[in-house]
Every structure is written in C-alpha cells, then in structure tokens.
Design a protein around this ligand. Structure first.
Ligand code: GSH
Length: 261
C-alpha cells in the first residue's frame, strides 16, 4: 500500500494527483488529509524527519519518501503504464531542463503575492515577468510540434508546472498582474495546461479564497495580525465564504468578513 499525507490545496501534493489521473491509477494511492492549521500529528512529523513540508509518502515494507519531484519519479517507476515522462534520453533531459525553471518561477510568483511593501512591487513584477520570459523562450526554442505542449501531449513538465499556473490565479486577483501580452507562447502553454481534464482538482475560486492569507504575507496556515482563523481552514467550506477583498495593501479583512466564523 502507498499512503500520501497531503494538504488538498498544496500544489506540490497536487502534482501527484495529476500524475495518477493521467495513469488512471488515482485509487492505487491512499491520500490522507492533513489540516495545516492544526498542530502536526507526531507520527507524521516522524515521517518527514525534522522538516514539516508535505507531501510525504509511506511505502509499505520500505519507509517514507518526500519531495514532490522524487515522489513523481517513484510513482512513474511504480506504475509505468502509460509512461508520462519521455522515454528517449534526450527528450527526458529536455523535460528536466524545463523543470530547472520551475523553482525560480514559483519563487517569483510567491514573492510577488506575499509582498506587503508597495515600494518593492515594481521590482517583484520585473522578476515575475523575467521568469515567464525564460519559460516563453524555452518553449519557443525546444517545444516540438504545433500544439501548446513541450512534446505532443500534456506530459511530465506539464504535471510539475500546472499546479502553480493554477495557484497564480492569485496574481491577477490580488496584484492585477498576469502573463505579459507579448509572451504568447507561454500564455498558450499555461491556458492549455489549466484546461486539461487531469488537473481539475481545484478552481480559481478555491485558490483565491484559500490564499488570501498569502496575499497578506502569511503562508502555510500562519495567521495575519488580529486574526484567529486561517483562510486555509477546512471549515467553513470555501464555497460558503465571500470573495476576499482584492486590495491586499489596504488594512486586512477580519475573520468575520472572510466568512471564517
Ligand atoms: N520541495 C517540497 C515543498 C513542499 C511544500 O512546501 N509543502 C508545503 C505546502 S504547499 C507545506 O507542506 N507547508 C507546510 C509546512 O512546511 O509545514 C516538495 O516539492 O514536496
């Protein structure tokens, strides 16, 4: 049996769900939900040996594994059909090369959404645009065929990037920033990725409501000043909460205004 301890909204965890969807093996792995707004259970902490980040996977008869890209590779080896990674060595290397752009892209997006200092905004937007330009250039140079993907179908790189395209629905909402108009190649990739049937575990509405605290500079269930409930809380359900205020540089909304109590 394979168990994954996960946070349903976590983009790193979602990578595993997307990969399993593509393989039609979602039921081969048991996903156990962790509420990040409550103290972590000691047995889960023990699995992550010191760190607290999820996802963490327990593999019966072996032990625990962490780091979403490592877990993706494990699942790809454990459930090889249909292959999602490219099999030809050069193509696989091109996929890995594109993945080296993922962490800088993630960092640029989160720095911008979490920034609380309006005077740093322009520099952070420059960083965001530069990370997208690098993706645009990579795709123009390396993508194969006429379609939007790196290769001919939604594949390994798309699994790794798409959860972040979905999380960065935060940026138009809270920062009025998206993909620059001239970067048409990465725009086409992004749009095709978020429309793919295997990635529909979340929605823009869920992301925008749950990540309000990130837009107030507090990540991973931490609380902004004056608040007692995290927007990452499971209750009340996000569908029953109002849309949060868009002006993240204005004084923050209360638990009540966010529909959390
Ligand atoms: N590099 C890790 C990052 C995982 C990560 O940052 N997970 C976040 C949720 S999105 C987390 O578990 N945060 C809570 C914590 O660290 O306690 C991976 O790829 O798995």
């Amino acid at each position: 049996m394979i168990n994954v301890h996960h946070i349903p909204i976590c983009p790193f965890c979602q990578r595993l769900e997307i990969l399993l969807e593509l393989k039609e093996r979602r039921d081969a792995v048991r996903f156990e939900v962790v509420d990040i707004t409550r103290p972590r259970e000691p047995h889960i902490l023990a699995l992550t040996s010191g760190s607290t980040a999820l996802p963490v996977m327990e593999v019966e008869g072996h032990g625990a594994l962490k780091e979403s890209l490592v877990l993706m590779r494990f699942l790809e080896d454990r459930f090889p059909e249909p292959p999602v990674r490219r099999e030809a060595p050069f193509e696989r290397a091109v996929e890995e090369l594109l993945l080296t752009l993922c962490d800088p892209f993630i960092g640029a997006g989160y720095r911008l959404v979490m920034n609380q200092d309006a005077s740093r905004r322009d520099a952070l937007i420059d960083g965001w645009n530069a990370s997208l330009k690098a993706l645009d250039e990579f795709l123009r140079e390396r993508a194969v065929g006429e379609g939007p993907w790196l290769f001919e179908r939604f594949g390994w790189a798309e699994v790794a990037f798409t959860p972040f395209f979905q999380r960065f629905a935060m940026l138009p909402y809270y920062e009025g920033v998206g993909v620059p108009d001239e970067l048409t190649r990465v725009r086409a990739w992004w749009d095709a990725c978020v429309a793919h049937p295997a990635v529909q575990q979340t929605s823009n509405e869920e992301v925008i409501k749950l990540y309000y605290d990130y837009a107030r500079g507090k990540g991973n269930g931490a609380l902004p000043e004056g608040r007692e409930r995290s927007t990452f809380a499971f209750e009340p359900h996000w569908r029953d909460r109002p849309w949060p205020p868009q002006d993240k540089y204005a004084p923050g909304a209360s638990d009540a205004a966010l529909g959390l109590v």
